[in-house]
Design a protein around this ligand. Structure first.
Ligand code: SF4
Length: 740
C-alpha cells in the first residue's frame, strides 16, 4: 500500500482543524503540526492516544454484576441484535419515551442520533446543549430571527471592539483567539468580563472582574449607560427594534451604583465598557460557558444580544452577521424532526423549560422559516430534553419510567451535575449502552460497551451546525476495523445498524457516511470527495443588511428587545437579574458554613472536558485535579501550593490540589471539572477514581434551580468551604485512597 497523505478533521477540541495525516500500510505514521499556535497538540503526538493500549477494540457485554468490570467480547452483529431486541421489548412495555440518549459536546454525527430517535419515537435526547452554545442559539434566534455567526473568525478583521463574556478562547477556541489577537494588532479593542484573570483578561483593554452569576446585572447596567448617554443607534432602533421604551424602563432599574454593589465591578469600569462597546463600532460580543452555566442564563444572553442591537451592530460586516440558510442539506434536515409525532414530542423530559422545548421551538422556527425559507440549525436544538430531568426520571420513574439509556461520546458520571443521582440512575437501568473510545466511569456501569471510531477513522463534513459560512471536509485516514486487531464503528454505522433492525430501513438508504455527505452536498453540485480535495468551501460574497428586504425572522419582523416569544410562553419578555440560588445575599445562612463561591466548568489545556486523561504526555501538565484560590484565602485556611484540599458544598465534597492564584477574587475559588483517573481500577468502589476529584459530586441538578426558560443548570455559583486534607484512608465514608 505504501505511504499516503490524508486530510482529516481533528476532533480533539473545538476548532476542528484540518490536518495532514501520514499513513503507511494502515498505520498512522505522523500528523503534521497544527496550523494554529495555541493547539494543545504541540504537547503530544496523536499516536500516543490513537495506539493507547486502553483503547476499546471490540464490543463488550457485561457478564458480572453492574460495576464489577467483568466483560465478554462479542461481535457487532450480536451486540446490535441484542440491543435492538431489548429496545423493542422496553418500547412495547413502557412506550418509546422510555429510551433516552445522552451525547457529548458536539463530538460526532449528532444528526444520526436524532434521526434514529425521531424514527424510534422518543423525544429524550439530552446532553450539554443547555449549558453550551445551544442556549445562545435559542435566545439569539428568538430575538434576532437567526443566530449570528459567532464562529466566523474572518469577520474579526472588520470588528473594532470584541467583548468576551465568560469566555476564554485561548483555552476554548484557539482559532477565534488567533483572530482576536490579529485584530488587536490592528487596533481592535478587547473587553473581557470574567471572574478570573484568565489569559483573555491578560490581553484585555478592559477586564471586568465580575462576581460569578451576576453578568445579567452588569449588562443591564451597560445598557442603561448607553441609553442614558444617547450612545445607541436611534435610527436602527426606531425602525428595526421592538420594545425599546420598555427596555429603557427596565434598564433604569439598574443604575451603576446598584450594579456595582451586585457585581463587585467598580462603576467607572462598567461605564467605560459601555462607552467602548457603543462607540468602537462595529463591535460584537461573544459569550461563553461562564454565562451558559448560570441558573439565570437567559437574561445575560438576551442582554448581550440587545446590547449589540441597540448600537446598530446587526448584520453589518464585523458585527453580528446573520448569514441565513446554508446552500446544502443541513444536519437539522437530516434529523427528520417531522417523524416524531406531536404526542411524543410533548413527552420530552424537562418540558417545563418552555423556550427550549416544543412550544418555544415551534414559535421560533415558524417565524424563521417564514422569512428565511428554512429553519435554523441551532446546534441540534430540536426537542432537547434537560439532562438533570432525564437522570431524575431514570432514578425515580417520575414522570414516567425511563428504562434504557444510550450514551454517545459522553461520560455522565463526570459531566452531569449531582454525580450521586447519576450513579443511582445508571445502576438502575434495564439497558445501558455506551459507545466510546475508552472505558470510563460511566461505561464501567454499562451493559454493553461499544468501541467508537476516532476522528482519524471517520470522514467528516463540518460547519459547526451552520454557525460559520465555511464548510470543511476531512477524510478517514485509517480504517476503523482491521481483522485480528480491532473492530470499531462510526456512530453512523451504530445508529443505522440499530435502525435497520427496528423497522427503519427505508430511512437509512446510505451505506456509508461518505454517501450521506454526497447527498448533503448535491444541491451545491459537489461530491464529498470534491470538497475533501478542495479543503473547504466559503461563499464568494456576503450580503449584509438583508433585513431591509425581508425583515427579521421574528413574530414582529423586528429585533425583539421585548421578546414576544417569551411573552407568549408566559415569561418575562425582558432580561432581568436574579440572585443565584446559592449566594451570600440570597442564602446568608449557608454562607456562614460555606463562605466561598465555587466556580467550575471552565476549560483548561491540554484536556477537553473529561477526555485525554489517559495520555501520559498530557497528564504531565496536570497529574491531578487542581483548584485555584487567592493567596489571602489560602493563608486563612492554612494551605499552600500542591496541598490537597477538600472542596465541600452542601451537596458533597471532593479533593483537588491547590494552586495559589492572585487572579481570582478572595471570595471565590475555581475548581477544574471533568476529573477521573483512568489509571485507577474500573471496578467499584473505584470506578476509575470518579469520587475523588470530580467536582460534579459537589453540584446539584435540582430542576427548581435551573433557568426557568432554558433549563440550564448552575455550575458556577455554589457556596463552598475549603480545608486541608489531613489524611487519606479507605474508611468507606469518604473516598478510596489515592495511590502514591
Ligand atoms: S487539538 Fe484542537 S486546536 Fe489542535 S489541531 Fe486538534 S482541533 Fe485543532
Amino acid at each position: 500500500m505504501g505511504k499516503e497523505i490524508k486530510h482529516s478533521l481533528c476532533f480533539w477540541c473545538k476548532p476542528r482543524c484540518r490536518l495532514r495525516v501520514e499513513v503507511e500500510d494502515n498505520r498512522l505514521v505522523r500528523i503534521q503540526g497544527s496550523p494554529i499556535k495555541a493547539c494543545p497538540r504541540k504537547y503530544c503526538p496523536d499516536l500516543e492516544r490513537f495506539y493507547h493500549p486502553d483503547r476499546l477494540t471490540y464490543p463488550l457485554k457485561r457478564i458480572g454484576d453492574k460495576g464489577q468490570n467483568r466483560w465478554q467480547r462479542i461481535t457487532w452483529d450480536e451486540a446490535l441484535n441484542e440491543i435492538a431486541s431489548k429496545l423493542a421489548d422496553l418500547k412495547g412495555r413502557h412506550g418509546a419515551e422510555t429510551l433516552a440518549v445522552s451525547r457529548g459536546t458536539s463530538r460526532t454525527h449528532e444528526e444520526f442520533t436524532m434521526r434514529f430517535l425521531n424514527l424510534f419515537g422518543s423525544p429524550n435526547q439530552c446532553g450539554q446543549a443547555q449549558i453550551c452554545h445551544g442556549n445562545s442559539a435559542v435566545v439569539a434566534t428568538a430575538l434576532f430571527g437567526w443566530w449570528p455567526y459567532w464562529m466566523n473568525t474572518e469577520k474579526l478583521a472588520n470588528t473594532k471592539c470584541v467583548m468576551l463574556i465568560g469566555r476564554n478562547p485561548p483555552h476554548t477556541h484557539q482559532t477565534i483567539w488567533e483572530g482576536i489577537l490579529k485584530a488587536k494588532e490592528n487596533g481592535t479593542k478587547l473587553i473581557v468580563i470574567d471572574p478570573r484573570r484568565c489569559e483573555s483578561a491578560e490581553e484585555a483593554d478592559l477586564w471586568l472582574q465580575v462576581r460569578p452569576g451576576t453578568d445579567a446585572a452588569l449588562l443591564l447596567g451597560m445598557i442603561d449607560v448607553i441609553i442614558r448617554e444617547g450612545l445607541y443607534d436611534r435610527e436602527f432602533v426606531t425602525k428595526w427594534c421592538h420594545g425599546f421604551d420598555e427596555l429603557a424602563e427596565r434598564a433604569r432599574q439598574y443604575p451603576l451604583r446598584k450594579v456595582s454593589e451586585i457585581t463587585w465591578v467598580p462603576e467607572e469600569q462598567i461605564r467605560a465598557a459601555a462607552r467602548m462597546f457603543a462607540t468602537e463600532t462595529p463591535s460584537c460580543a461573544m459569550e461563553g460557558m461562564g454565562v451558559a452555566h448560570q441558573p439565570n442564563s437567559y437574561s445575560p444572553i438576551a442582554a448581550r444580544h440587545i446590547l449589540s442591537a441597540i448600537v446598530g451592530n446587526v448584520d453589518v460586516p464585523g458585527g453580528e452577521e446573520l448569514m441565513g440558510p446554508a446552500p446544502f442539506v443541513t444536519e437539522l434536515e437530516m434529523e427528520m424532526a417531522g417523524a416524531l409525532s406531536a404526542e411524543q414530542r410533548a413527552k420530552v423530559l424537562g418540558k417545563q423549560f418552555r423556550l427550549y422545548t416544543s412550544p418555544g421551538y415551534e414559535l421560533i422556527q415558524s417565524n424563521v422559516e417564514r422569512v428565511w425559507g428554512k429553519r435554523c440549525d441551532m446546534f441540534g436544538y430540536n426537542h432537547i430534553a434537560t439532562a438533570p430531568s432525564v437522570y431524575k426520571a431514570i432514578a425515580t420513574s417520575d414522570p414516567y419510567p425511563v428504562r434504557a439509556l444510550i450514551t454517545v461520546a459522553s461520560n455522565p458520571m463526570v459531566t452531569i451535575p449531582d454525580t450521586k443521582l447519576v450513579y443511582k440512575a445508571l445502576k438502575s437501568l434495564d439497558l445501558y449502552v455506551v459507545t466510546d473510545y475508552f472505558m470510563t466511569p460511566s461505561a464501567a456501569l454499562a451493559d454493553y460497551v461499544l468501541p467508537s471510531a476516532s476522528w482519524l477513522e471517520r470522514p467528516h463534513l463540518w460547519n459547526y451546525h451552520n454557525t460559520t459560512p465555511v464548510l470543511r471536509a476531512g477524510e478517514a485516514a485509517l480504517p476503523p476495523s482491521i481483522p485480528g486487531k480491532y473492530d470499531r464503528r462510526t456512530d453512523f454505522d451504530f445508529w443505522r445498524g440499530l435502525g435497520m433492525r427496528l423497522g427503519q430501513a427505508e430511512h437509512w438508504p446510505w451505506e456509508s457516511l461518505e454517501e450521506t455527505y454526497d447527498y448533503r452536498l448535491k444541491p451545491m453540485g459537489m461530491t464529498f470527495q470534491d470538497l475533501v480535495e478542495k479543503g473547504k468551501w466559503a461563499p464568494e460574497t456576503y450580503e449584509y443588511r438583508k433585513y431591509e428586504k425581508t425583515g427579521f425572522g421574528t413574530p414582529t419582523g423586528k429585533i425583539e428587545l421585548w421578546s414576544t416569544v417569551m411573552e407568549t410562553l408566559g415569561y418575562d419578555p425582558l432580561p432581568s437579574y436574579k440572585e443565584p440560588p446559592e449566594s451570600p445575599t440570597r442564602t446568608p445562612e449557608l454562607s456562614d458554613q460555606y463562605p466561598l463561591i465555587l466556580i467550575t466548568g471552565g476549560r483548561f489545556h491540554p484536556f477537553f472536558h473529561s477526555e485525554h486523561r489517559q495520555v501520559e504526555t498530557l497528564r504531565k501538565y496536570y497529574p491531578w485535579a487542581t483548584m485555584q484560590i487567592h493567596p489571602d484565602t489560602a493563608a486563612e485556611v492554612g494551605v499552600a501550593d500542591d496541598d490537597w484540599v477538600w472542596i465541600e458544598t452542601q451537596h458533597g465534597r471532593v479533593m483537588q490540589k491547590v494552586q495559589v492564584f492572585e487572579g481570582v477574587d478572595r471570595r471565590v475559588v475555581h475548581a477544574q471539572h471533568g476529573w477521573w483517573y483512568p489509571e485507577m481500577p474500573a471496578e467499584e468502589p473505584w470506578l476509575h477514581g470518579v469520587w475523588i476529584s470530580n467536582i460534579n459530586v459537589c453540584t446539584s441538578g435540582d430542576e427548581s434551580t435551573c433557568d426557568e426558560a432554558l433549563g440550564s443548570w448552575p455550575l458556577r455559583t455554589f457556596q463552598c468551604r475549603v480545608y486541608k486534607v489531613q489524611s487519606f484512608g479507605q474508611d468507606g465514608k469518604t473516598v478510596p485512597p489515592i495511590p502514591g
